[in-house]
Design a protein around this ligand. Structure first.
Ligand code: FHN
Length: 422
């Protein structure tokens, strides 16, 4: 039984029953943590247009301010990210404990940040000229990180037959369905073909905002991805309940354990694409707690950064990611390759498990250091603090069906201490 009525999935997407592709998904199920990168022309205005502050998320600036495509597309002349360094970006993901990277190949503004022979609105038209996705693909391969592409398959504010730009185009005219199908067949599909042919093994194609896409069109795209790269997984925002796994709504974490494959994508501040005025940063502590919450309910966390138009990942994002990485280095055993643990209904702790161990992530440390865990049974051999170099065994006792563990009065880890039960 799946529990897809959770509000977290309301604006996200569903995955068809029985459509899980175990072989394809195995690495992803173990990976737990990925880096999302939103990078495109919108990083140049960075939330301001003609000196005016524009509300909303950075990558939506063209839509929010109804900027004519003729005007917006002139940004190609300015896109020259001389500081871009694929090695640095991939190293940040690596040090943060992230196992996969997904970058926007084409977002809703329609600009392709890769070299394409389909249309001219792509990186070749910029002074930069090089293909950053190629450099990232090579570097991910070097550093053993899986690599994937975000691709906006329905919304395209540049292409006249794409969806969403009602300030330059009149989409109420006849033939809208026919035109959109033309767009899917002769623009989207050739792009997907390029992305899955020119960059080596691609782990994920991450579609977004399905809107008007039909079941037939979604199915054809899914088949195309799997035909070109049978191991490539496709997220559920492809639309029409198709795809290999579900995405929740943005930043949404379900309330309960889910027994299907799902992922939350989230921001570190409020925007996805770089926005100079957005300094509403989440703390590393909160991000770690969200991550643990997600993993304890069976999900993956795809955490976003929005690099600047120079090609720099904002320092605040890097700092948070590295702090997550530091915590993970000590606690990786309780996260990677685990499944949701047996205790699911307590606010102060989140649990994961492997065949031999249960991991109790203590989000709020009790003032007396005593942990009372319900219904754990009587087959416990040993209890210790994960990452404790001295491997001190903790005292515990069974009381009815509870297990009471005596921990130190002060939490050993300043962020989240993990108690390991064998
Ligand atoms: O509209 C997009 C948004 O810009 C961003 O890409 C997010 C990431 O999940 N997806 C859409 C909104 O859900």
């Amino acid at each position: 039984m799946t529990n897809r009525n959770d509000p977290a999935f309301r604006t996200g997407s569903m995955q068809r029953e029985g459509a899980m592709r175990d072989d394809r998904l195995n690495w992803w199920r173990e990976a737990k943590f990925g880096l999302f990168i939103h990078w495109g022309l919108y990083s140049i205005p960075a939330g301001r247009w003609k000196g005016k502050f524009i509300e909303g998320i950075g990558e939506w600036i063209q839509h929010t301010d109804r900027i004519p495509r003729k005007e917006y597309s002139k940004l190609v002349d300015q896109f020259n990210p001389l500081e871009f360094n694929a090695k640095k970006w991939v190293s940040i993901a690596k040090k943060s404990g992230q196992k996969y990277i997904i970058i926007t190949a084409k977002h809703h503004d329609g600009f392709c940040i890769f070299q394409s022979n389909v249309g001219k609105y792509n990186i070749q038209a910029t002074p930069f000229g090089k293909d950053p996705l190629k450099e990232l693909a090579i570097e991910c391969n070097r550093q053993d990180i899986k690599f994937g592409f975000y691709y906006s398959q329905t919304q395209d504010w540049f292409h006249p037959f794409g969806n969403g730009n009602d300030w330059d185009f009149d989409h109420s005219m006849n033939n809208q369905d026919k035109n959109f199908d033309d767009y899917v067949q002769n623009y989207v599909k050739p792009h997907i073909r390029e992305l899955l042919t020119n960059y080596g093994p691609i782990a994920v194609i991450w579609f977004d905002t399905p809107k008007i896409i039909t079941n037939k069109q979604s199915q054809e795209l899914l088949d195309l991805c799997h035909r070109l790269q049978p191991n490539c997984i496709v997220n559920g925002r492809l639309g029409n309940s198709l795809g290999d796994y579900c995405s929740t709504g943005d930043n949404a974490i379900p309330n309960n354990l889910q027994n299907f494959d799902w992922e939350t994508c989230g921001t570190i501040n409020d925007t996805w694409g770089f926005k100079i005025d957005d300094n509403n940063w989440k703390s590393a502590e909160d991000l770690i707690k969200n991550f643990i919450d997600i993993v304890s309910k069976g999900g993956n966390f795809l955490l976003n950064v929005g690099p600047t138009s120079d090609g720099i990942i904002p320092k605040a994002s890097v700092d948070k990611l590295l702090r997550i990485g530091n915590w993970l280095e000590k606690h990786q055993e309780s996260i990677y390759g685990t499944t949701p643990g047996p205790i699911q209904n307590l606010d102060w702790c989140k649990t994961t498990k492997t065949i031999e161990n249960i991991y109790i992530h203590v989000l709020n440390w009790p003032s007396n250091g005593k942990l009372v865990l319900p219904n754990l049974g009587k087959s416990i051999h040993e209890v210790s603090i994960l990452g404790d170099d001295k491997k001190t065994e903790l005292n515990f006792e069974n009381f009815n069906s509870d297990v009471i563990i005596q921990c130190p009065v002060l939490p050993p880890d300043p962020i989240v201490t993990v108690v390991k039960i064998t």
